[in-house]
Design a protein around this ligand. Structure first.
Ligand code: FAD
Length: 415
């Protein structure tokens, strides 16, 4: 018979979101079990670009993307690709995405995202301090690069919106870019985001956060949750192959894999994935000090411990298709335009961003089972928003009387 484990709170998924929540709840004195079949931090949280991007309030679906979509889809060097085999399954998500990209909806989504992002850095600083991770963070800002033509102030929808929302951004001339990052080739200019930060090692960040949660009393179970079964009296059972875990509260933080478990809890959420890639070059000293994103190429180049990581692009095509070598080649061609003398690619990786059509995460309780809390769908911003999300989830669980307006993130907002 399967072993039965009973606890107070179970967190499904040991990515950056689940781990940040686990640490916070364990620090609050809660009995916490985290369940994941894999090592903590081995999903999307492993290979991302490592940026903390509180400026990134423009949703992926926005009027600029809508206008450029034909070019983005036919250009072989485009940072957006769709796997044709996955297209039929993607169509409902794509329609929703296009609908959310219209000006009024994109603007509403941006305001909601900005509301979350304003807490991103304060909550991360606090988390990093409490979990003793501060040595893995760098507060050097982040730089957008324009290689061809620098857009005029206000030409881009995203830049206008950031101005409207009071995001700190500094337009730089080509000389100012060169002073900030002397190893870069000549550019037309850039935008500097002084409030951004980055980590020099996303994998170390998650493994040390897991260790810090364990030190506060959280425990980890290596298992895959097949089924979720709400019980009479409000408790919830999670059924795994060889064990059952029963808890008073379940937090669903399984990233891009959360959809079917949410469905078993009564919510039909249009979660899909934006596949993304990275390549790395081994080096002792990186040529740049901060993450740099050549806007036309759609990736970030981030200086990390012992390596330069190039991460990004969006490939729509689901969770099961294999790695696409064309995407790896695209990243390599792109980064060699900035740094032609780089050595050979040392490693590559494919990861799955958990993405909703409106670029907003799902945070909040299920309508049918109030003890089932959703915390997934952070898309391009899961690293950035882990601190803020963990604060919200902890205050929902502790029923702290904070004035939280979570309407924009409700699980049933697409119903
Ligand atoms: C190329 C790329 C670059 C990125 N760059 C950035 C960036 O610079 N800044 C930023 O903020 N964000 C970035 N992101 C996004 C960020 O990485 C994700 O939003 C974030 O990692 C999501 O975290 P998560 O904890 O929700 O999911 P994950 O890290 O994917 O973790 C989910 C976990 O759930 C587990 N799981 C799944 N199903 C089950 C189940 N049934 N039972 C138990 N466990 C289960 C999985 O094993 C996994 O460990 C990037 C993403 C990619 C792909």
């Amino acid at each position: 018979m399967a072993e039965l484990i009973k606890t107070d709170v179970v967190i499904v998924g040991a990515g950056i979101i689940g781990l940040a929540i686990a640490f916070r709840l364990a620090a609050d004195g809660r009995e916490v079990v985290v369940i994941d079949p894999n090592e903590p931090g081995s999903g999307a949280s492993y290979g991302n670009a490592g940026t903390f991007a509180p400026y990134a309030c423009a949703p992926v679906g926005n009027p600029d993307v809508l206008r450029n979509l034909p070019n983005l889809l036919v250009n072989p060097d485009s940072p957006l690709a769709v796997r044709l085999a996955g297209l039929p399954a993607l169509i409902p998500w794509l329609f929703r995405f296009l609908w959310q990209s219209t000006p009024a909806r994109a603007r509403r989504n941006a305001y909601a995202l900005a509301d979350l992002l304003k807490d991103a850095m304060p909550t991360w600083r606090e988390l990093a301090e409490q979990a003793r991770l501060s040595d893995l963070l760098r507060y050097e800002g982040c730089l957008y690069l324009y290689r061809g033509k620098m857009p005029r102030d206000g030409d881009e929808w995203g830049a206008r919106l950031r101005n409207e929302l009071g995001v700190r951004q500094e337009r730089l001339t080509s000389e100012e870019v060169a002073r900030l990052e002397p190893a870069l080739p000549p550019t037309a200019g850039g935008i500097f985001f002084p409030d951004a930060a980055h980590t020099i090692d996303p994998a170390a960040l998650t493994s040390r956060l897991a260790a810090a949660a364990t030190a506060r009393g959280a425990s980890f179970q290596r298992a895959y949750v097949d089924r979720l079964e709400p019980q009479d009296g409000g408790r919830i059972r999670l059924m795994c192959r060889d064990r059952t875990i029963e808890a008073h509260t379940v937090v669903l933080a399984a990233g891009a894999w959360s959809r079917s478990l949410a469905e078993q809890g009564g919510e039909d959420i249009p979660l899909d994935t934006e596949r993304g890639y990275h390549i790395e070059f081994a080096m002792d000293t990186c040529p740049i000090k901060r993450p740099v994103s050549p806007v036309d190429l759609g990736f970030y180049v981030t200086p990390m411990a012992g390596r330069l990581r190039v991460a990004g692009t969006v490939e729509l095509g689901g969770l099961s298709a294999p790695l696409n070598p064309k995407q790896i080649a695209l990243l390599e061609r792109g980064v060699r335009k900035l740094f032609p003398d780089l050595g050979p690619v040392q490693s590559h990786w494919l990861g799955f961003r958990p993405s909703l059509p409106d670029s907003l995460p799902v945070i909040g309780p299920s309508r049918r089972y109030p003890n089932l809390i959703h915390a997934f769908g952070h898309g391009h911003l899961g690293m950035t928003l882990a601190g803020a999300t963990s604060r919200i989830v902890a205050s929902l669980i502790e029923r702290r009387n904070e004035a939280l307006n979570l309407d924009a993130f409700r699980p049933d907002r697409f119903a």
